[in-house]
Design a protein around this ligand. Sequence first.
Ligand code: ADP
Ligand code: MG
Length: 392
Amino acid sequence: MASPNRILIVDDEMATREICRDFLAENGFEAETASDGNEALQKLDRETYNILLSDIQMPKLDGVALLRESRKRFPEIEVILMTAYGGLPSAIEAIRFEAYDYLTKPISREILLNTVRRCIEKIELRRKLKETNKKLLEQERLAALGSVSAWLSHRMRNSLSVILMCSHYLRTRFNAPGDAETQEVVGAIIEKVKLLEKTTTEFINYSRSYDLQKVTEDVNVILADVIKSVSVHMRLSDVTLRQELSEGLPKIQCDPHILNEAFENVLMNAAQAIGEQKGQAIIVKSECVTSTPGPTPQTSSGEPLRTVAVTITNTGSVIPEANMERIFRPFFTTKDYGTGLGLAITKRIVEQHGGAISVESSEQGGKKTSIRIVLPVTAERPAAENAEENRG
Ligand SMILES: Nc1ncnc2c1ncn2[C@@H]1O[C@H](COP(=O)(O)OP(=O)(O)O)[C@@H](O)[C@H]1O
Ligand SMILES: [Mg+2]
C-alpha cells in the first residue's frame, strides 16, 4: 500500500500555500494546493488525500466549515487547522469537529513538519489496527466454520457414504432390461450424493487449519506432479497444455502436498472454464522474480525479496470485472455444480506459505484469464549449521 502522505493545503494567501507546499514536498510529501474551501471540496471529490491542512479565515467556505464538511463526507481524512488570530471560538469548533491539530500562525517549519509526521503516524496506526481487526474477524469466522466442519465431517460424511453404498447396491439389484428407469433414478441419486460428498469435503478442507509440513522443494517438481494428474482430464477435452517452467528455480520452504492442492484447484478451474471449446490452451509458467527496492515487499533486513511466481493462464475464458474480487471469496461460484471453495482454499494455502494470489483477465486479443501465485523464497540454513544441530 502507498504510504499515507498526500496532503491538500488550503489557504487563500498564495504565498503561504506555496511556501507550505514546497516545504512539504522537499520533505518527501505529495502536497497540492487549493485557494478556498470550495475548491478544496472539489479536489477531495476527485482525488484521495490523507491530510487536509487548512487556514481558518478564508472567503466563501472557511476552514471550520470545510472541517465540518470533510468530517461528514471524508471521515478518513485528518484535518489540521491554521489561524493567524488564534481565537478561542474557532479552537473550540476545531475540537468539536475533531480536527487533528490546531496551529497558530506564524507556524515554524519544525512545528509544521512534526505535526504532519505525527498525524501520518496516527493514520498508519489506524490502518494497521483496521487490518488486524479484519484478520481477527477472519480467524473468528474460521473458528466458527471449524466447529461446523467437525460436525459435518462426522454426521454428513458418514451418512453420505452409507447412502452411496446403498445406491450402488441397488444398482446391482436392478440390472434386468425392464429396469432402465430404476437404473436412471439410482444413477441420479448417486450423482447427487457424489456432489454432496464433494461439497462437504471441500468445505472441510476450507475450514480446517492446515498444519504445514514444510520441506525444501522445487516448485517445478510440484507443478510436474499436478500437471501429470490433471492432464489425463485435459487430453479428453482437447486442450493444449504448454509448460514454461524456468530452469534452476530457487527451492522454497513449503508443504508440497498442500501446495499441490492449490495448483490443482487453479488448473481444474482453467480446464472447466475452457469446457468443450476446441483449440484452447493452458499455459503453466514458473519463474524467479526478485522484487526491486521500493514499495514492493521486502525482507526485514531491507534486501529485495526473492520469490517464485507461478502463473496459470488459460485461453477461452474471461472473468467479468465485477467478479474479479469475488472469485476468492468462499462459496462464490458461477457453475451449476460448483462449490465456490476452490479458490478460497487456494488463497488460504498460498497465504499460509507467506505468498499472494492475484488474477488478471481480459478480452483483448482473445479471451484470456491468468491466476498468479507468488511464493517467497526463504533462505535455507547452511548445511553445516543443520549438521551442528543434529549432533548437539
Ligand atoms: N480460469 C477461469 N476462467 C474464468 N472464470 C474462472 C476461472 N477460474 C475461476 N473462475 C471463476 O471463479 C469462480 C470460483 O472458483 P472456485 O473457487 O474454484 O469455485 P468453483 O470452481 O467451485 O466455482 C468460478 O465459479 C468461476 O466463475
Ligand atoms: Mg474450482
